[in-house]
Write a protein that binds this ligand. Structure first.
Ligand SMILES: [Zn+2]
Length: 422
């Protein structure tokens, strides 16, 4: 049995006036997704428990079959795992965005999608600035990641009090777009220090050659670090042992351009396949991901393709771009994968967004997302793939709602004639 999962990040949405009252999934021309729906089944699931933040970190953990209420400790530890960083029991990871704050307002949580090279240079300055401004604090280090997505690590020593806690809360900067940041500084244990680091970072970056060059080129400067996603290492068991009782073999592969998903793959003992041209942004090479997934199926039992583009389009409030991202996922990833799978004796394909990202609010939201799964042993229900169709499927048969979201994986991997057990 070959399994494929496609995650169109944040693709679920509400009807848009600019799309004639349709959702982006409805407005998009998606013949492959609709064919999948017509020969498979659709329904609703929800990957964000009420008590957790509605981000990709929680939702993707659920989508990959791990109950976030049991396993989730924070976003940054997942991203640390992506970089091969092992956190000890006294260590903490903090997500460090490079952002543009102007006049006290979050102008850009990506600082104009600052490049990895620029970010690396700025974080070197941040490490120097930190040592100068906080000479008594040991164990802290900024670690460059990809573009605006970076980390601040704290390496603790056994027996000494932790500077951060399970109660430390911080607001994701993408939830603050065009809003004043003053009332959204961290809260709980260590919040004063985190706030102080963010304030001091303005001085580390002001006048830095990277910023001088960016301003000269008409780009947004990096004004601050924004710290959030605080957590310690989660204890996730390997996917192959967790789902040993299903028809899944042993080899799973993740294709993504986002550290969060790389980290989830690392912690669940999946292989990670880096695809050239996969950017985690609207300009990602969709066809390269589709081609790589098909080639990977030669040896892997399960391949997951994660595409960040619909989420990014939502963060920019761009309905047309979101529709375009969904259409390119359909054309360059779902269509070739479906055509390939149909030549194999036994296969299943699941498409499901992690969470809705509403164009109107430009931010992640909790709530239902539509799934579609098709393949061996799944009875055809004959419909299309979008939010209203999935809602109608649930009205017609309440078992089409599969919750909590992490049990969707069990339904997908199990093989029973007549469709997955619900
Ligand atoms: Zn997401």
């Amino acid at each position: 049995m070959k399994y494929v999962i496609v995650i169109p990040d944040g693709a679920a949405d509400a009807p848009q006036e600019s799309l004639g009252g349709r959702t982006p999934l409805e407005a998009a021309h998606t013949p492959a997704l609709d064919r999948l729906a017509s020969q498979g089944r659709i329904g609703l699931t929800n990957h964000v428990p009420d008590s957790l933040p509605p981000g990709s970190e929680v939702a993707c953990m659920s989508l990959l079959g791990y109950d976030p209420l049991q396993y989730f400790t924070g976003r940054a530890p997942l991203e640390a795992a992506a970089q091969g960083i092992t956190l000890g029991p006294d260590d903490w990871a903090v997500r460090c965005n490079l952002v543009t704050i102007r006049d006290g307002s979050m102008e850009d949580f990506t600082a104009g999608h600052v490049s990895t090279e620029e970010g690396t240079a700025l974080l070197a300055a941040a490490n120097e600035g930190f040592a100068a401004d906080f000479p008594l604090l040991a164990g802290w280090q900024f670690i460059p990641g990809v573009s605006y997505r970076n980390l601040l690590l704290y390496r603790g020593t056994p027996g000494s009090p932790a500077p951060l806690g399970a109660d430390t809360r911080a607001t994701p900067p993408h939830d603050l777009m065009d809003k004043p940041v003053q009332e959204s500084f961290p809260r709980g244990t260590g919040s004063r220090l985190l706030t102080e680091i963010m304030a001091r970072s303005a001085g580390w970056f002001e006048g830095h050659p990277v910023n001088a060059a960016r301003i000269a080129a008409g780009k947004r400067p990096v004004t601050h670090v924004w710290l959030w996603g605080v957590g310690r290492a989660p204890r996730m068991e390997a996917f192959a042992s967790k789902y040993a009782a299903t028809r899944f073999g042993s080899r799973a592969t993740m294709i993504t351009a986002v550290d969060l998903l790389r980290g989830l793959a690392a912690l669940s003992a999946w292989k990670r396949l880096e695809v050239p041209g996969a950017t985690g942004y609207l300009d990602t090479d969709y066809a390269a991901k589709g081609t790589a997934a098909i080639a990977e199926l030669l040896q892997a039992d399960l391949v997951c393709v994660h595409v960040e583009a619909p989420d990014e389009a939502s963060h920019e409030g761009n309905a047309a771009e979101k529709v375009r991202a969904i259409e390119r996922i359909d054309e360059s990833i779902v269509a070739p994968l479906l055509a390939h799978l149909e030549t194999l004796p036994e296969w299943r394909l699941l498409v499901c967004p992690d969470h809705p990202t509403f164009i109107t609010t430009k931010t992640h939201s909790r709530g239902s997302v539509p799934y579609v799964m098709a393949g061996s042993g799944i009875t055809a229900s004959g419909t299309t793939y979008n939010e209203p169709a999935a809602e109608a499927a649930v009205r017609a048969d309440p078992r089409a709602r599969i919750e909590p979201g992490w049990t969707l994986m069990r339904a997908f991997l199990d093989c029973h004639s007549g469709g997955p057990r619900v």
